[in-house]
Write a protein that binds this ligand. Structure first.
Ligand code: GLC
Ligand code: GLC
Length: 814
């Protein structure tokens, strides 16, 4: 255990233990695996939704409020006038003890005050659409005690965007029902909704409230809700205004006695023909069945155990033991956990993403799969199908789709010219991991040709030729609205503050070209050629090769600045990311992608580019996106120049791209540099920086402020970032070098000596490999020898055909 001011890692329990409610920012966890999700902070703030955080928001949350993190599922104790929450907020009463344990799919809060202890364990069971709160109240004193326990949450009127805006309507639509100890929220059920939600408890009520003004009071807030302070709910019935759900339980406890209550907050969809059980009365059968599955402490605990067993199994597929417990902690627990979250959420709902702005990103979701394919390959397969279904037959793609409808988002549209090639990465990585080669022949029609039985392979080919068919004057790929860097908007020219940088593209015959896409095309173009060969489509491979070769030549001829790769050509065909520019002389993306593509390994350019990254972009807190920062807004470049220097894409440390440099360094064989870049942004290695960093010390953030910022090294936008999948991919596939390939598992580490000898257990398809990697005293790159079950093998690949059971692999490094 390593302690910091705010908490510590408890690796044995796979938990982070927060020891104060007053963290620098709310530190959250994600609940839910499939359909029903919840965000929960270290003080039980947050909200829940079904599948789509915009259209099916179940509970209400107020972003950017004062104080922070207002709104959640709050439990209150009124102990003869002393009022407090087990989660430490929103009531300001100081607790005798507080801890929050964020674990894998659950959060546990333990609060103690005046010999009363409350343990609240909140989780979403594996298969049900509900959030379970197991709440145990214990009297630790030597005398009998009577306390009142209250629950509370506030319903969102389903569409989270309207809920925060359309008050003239909202204040008249709210409707609820009460039956037994369950409060039902049925706003808009009378019209077009066939779903409702509920909040129940497995005990008789001493009182309840369903109307906020009665429970909280008109001018009180959740730190002093009127009913809780008064010690009695009012049994209010909401009609319009703001429906809430609050239960009151009067709890008598003998000395030393504990009582456990189970609260269930759920979501129910009803067949339209069975909506009503009586005129105006909702059909409660499905809700009752759901409630009955969790109506005892034993049932709730069993469901929690099923969930933690599930996570233990998932995380056992790749485990590492090195000399550095921080590496093990990152790779065995938190990075994989975050990979599942980014896979599920894309960039939709976090404490920085409001859940109303964005759906599933084509670019983002494809990349998210590379950190997750080894965990649940079947889910990745489904996701790739959904993504491919939003692609057009010319290879272009909708930039986003809404998870509820799975339809491409027409408001955002396409023309982000890096999008198509990310599909090649996702498919190649999935097929290598799973061995599911037949997936390449799986039929998924293009969005614009629903009648044509196109295969996944056809999609990859369309992606490839989308780049080939969209080249600019230097035979480099046209950038369109933007490439990976959403904020490099070279065809936007916006001088209008109400205009979106992402969706505005002026002119059709644009000339702006991207060196990032050039590198991406070479890297994943080669992958496409390998797939064509794998399927025996030799002619396709032969046709494709010259396009890749021509791109390599174009990069060398028009994309090399002298000491590094250019970033782009702008709409005037002027270079960006050149020593001739006054600002933005060097960018990270093209250094990462051109070197990962293998360009310049033959003539020293790759090494030179990476040396330039070290010299100009690396700093203590990570590798900055570009230097020098842009000091003024430039309409020719767009949003990147809109940010003050040091933040976001304007010379911030945009963590997502740092692993590209890690991969490239590992390919070059510079183990120390690869590890150093990896550790600069990896949470487990920078726990000591938490006070500066502010975000959760167990997950990656999108951005850390760079050298030009007012405060350097300050993180923002935690959780939903491509950094999670990419840094995991870089560490496991390039530092540890455990790399799935079509015919087996390749072992090609680039391991710094400080990590010592390493033991890995890797489940690969149906095989389990126990891999011991011993340092050889040399460079740490590549292997000197390998044995499988004691027998020497040639090369560095474990052939899956031959070794598909459980095997011992011993490797000695160079
Ligand atoms: C955000 C976007 C991602 C983009 C990145 C860089 O993280 O989600 O799509 O690549 O910003 O602009
Ligand atoms: C903003 C953000 C960028 C994000 C984009 C998505 O430009 O700065 O990170 O990718 O919005 O629309």
């Amino acid at each position: 255990m390593t302690a910091s001011t705010f908490g510590y890692f408890d690796d044995a329990n796979k938990e982070y233990v927060v020891t104060t409610p007053f963290t620098p920012l709310p530190w959250i966890n994600y609940l839910g695996n499939d359909g029903f999700f919840g965000l929960i902070s270290n003080t039980s703030g947050g909200y829940s939704f079904y599948r789509d955080a915009k259209f099916r928001r179940i509970t209400r949350y107020r972003y950017n409020n004062v104080p922070m993190d207002s709104g959640g599922r709050y439990f209150y104790i009124n102990d003869n006038g002393t009022v407090w929450n087990p989660g430490g907020r929103p009531v300001r009463t100081e607790l005798d003890h507080y801890e929050c344990r964020h674990g894998m799919g659950y959060s546990k809060f333990i609060g103690r005050k005046n010999d009363i202890e409350v343990e609240q364990t909140t989780f979403i069971p594996l298969k049900d659409w509900c959030e379970v709160h197991r709440v145990t109240v214990t009297n630790q004193s030597a005398a009998k005690k009577s306390v009142k326990l209250f629950s509370s949450l506030e319903w969102c009127l389903w569409n989270a965007e309207d809920d925060g805006a359309n008050f003239q309507r909202n204040f008249s639509t709210g409707e609820v029902e009460l039956e037994g100890s369950a409060i039902y929220h049925k706003t808009e059920y009378r019209e077009r909704r066939n779903h409702y939600s509920f909040f129940s408890v497995n005990a008789p009520l001493a009182g309840y409230d369903t109307d906020r003004q009665h429970f909280v009071g008109v001018y009180n807030d959740y730190s002093c809700p009127k009913a809780v302070m008064d010690g009695a709910c009012t049994n209010s019935e909401a009609h319009g205004w703001s429906p809430v759900a609050a239960h009151q339980l009067d709890v008598e406890l003998a000395a030393g006695e504990s009582k456990t209550f189970v609260f269930v907050m759920g979501y129910v969809e009803v067949e339209p023909e069975n909506k009503w059980q009586a005129p105006g009365v909702i059909n409660k059968q499905p809700a009752k069945a759901l409630i009955a599955r969790y109506d005892t402490a034993e049932k709730a605990s069993a469901a929690l155990k099923t969930l933690t067993d599930y996570w233990d199994e998932l995380l056992s597929r790749f485990t590492v033991k090195s000399d550095d417990e921080r590496l093990d902690r990152a790779l065995n627990i938190w990075n994989q956990y975050q990979n599942m979250v980014t896979f599920n959420m894309s960039r939709s709902a976090s404490y920085f993403e409001s859940g109303i702005g964005r759906g599933m990103g084509f670019r983002d979701s494809n990349q998210d799969t590379i950190g997750f394919a080894h965990m649940i390959p079947s889910a990745v397969r489904e996701r790739i199908i959904d993504l491919a279904a939003t692609q057009q037959s010319d290879g272009s793609a909708y930039h986003q789709y809404q998870p509820l409808t799975k339809k491409g988002n027409a408001d955002i549209g396409g023309n982000f010219n890096d999008d198509p090639m990310w599909l090649v990465l996702a498919v190649a990585n999935y097929v290598k991991e799973s061995g599911d080669v037949s997936f390449l022949k799986h039929i998924v029609p293009f969005e614009d040709t629903p009648e044509v039985p196109s295969t996944i392979y056809d999609h990859l080919k369309a992606s490839f030729y989308h780049v080939v068919n969209n080249l600019g004057p230097h035979k480099l790929p046209l950038i369109g609205r933007a490439d990976w860097n959403d904020c490099l908007n070279l065809n936007c020219f916006s001088t209008e503050p109400n205009e979106s940088y992402q969706t505005t593209q002026r002119g059709d015959s644009d000339v702006a070209e991207s060196l990032m896409i050039a590198g991406q095309f070479v890297l994943y173009g080669n992958e496409f050629i390998a797939i064509a060969k794998l399927l025996g489509f030799e002619a396709d491979a032969v046709d494709a090769q010259p396009h890749v070769d021509a791109m390599v030549s174009a990069v060398k001829e028009h994309g090399w600045d002298g000491e590094w790769f250019l970033r782009a050509y702008d709409s005037q065909s002027q270079p960006i990311g050149s020593s001739n520019n006054n600002e933005g002389k060097i960018f990270i993306e093209s250094q990462g992608f051109c070197t990962m593509a293998g360009i310049g390994f033959d003539d020293g350019k790759a090494k030179q580019a990476l040396d330039s990254v070290e010299k100009h972009l690396a700093c203590e807190y990570g590798v900055m996106l570009q230097q020098p920062a842009f000091s003024e807004y430039n309409p020719l470049y767009g949003e990147i120049t809109s940010y003050p220097p040091g933040y976001k894409e304007n010379a911030g440390i945009f963590c997502h791209n740092n692993p590209w440099i890690v991969v490239a360094e590992a390919m070059l064989g510079r183990a120390d540099k690869a590890l150093s870049y990896y550790t600069r942004i990896t949470p487990a290695f920078i726990e000591h920086l938490t006070e500066r960093h502010k975000t959760e010390p167990y997950v990656y953030s999108q951005m850390i402020s760079g050298r030009d910022a007012y405060i350097q090294g300050e993180a923002k936008n935690s959780w939903l970032t491509g950094t999670a999948a990419w840094n995991y991919y870089a560490a496991t596939q390039y530092i540890l070098g455990i790399r799935p390939d079509y015919n087996g598992l390749q072992i090609d580490p680039c391991l710094d000596a400080s990590l010592g000898d390493i033991n890995i257990t890797r489940q690969f398809r149906d095989a389990v490999y126990h891999i011991e990697i011993k340092q050889g005293g040399g460079t740490g790159k590549g292997i000197a020898s390998m044995t499988i079950d004691g027998v020497d093998v040639d090369g560095d690949v474990i052939d899956y055909q031959k070794f598909n059971g459980e095997h011992e692999i011993k490797v000695v490094l160079n």
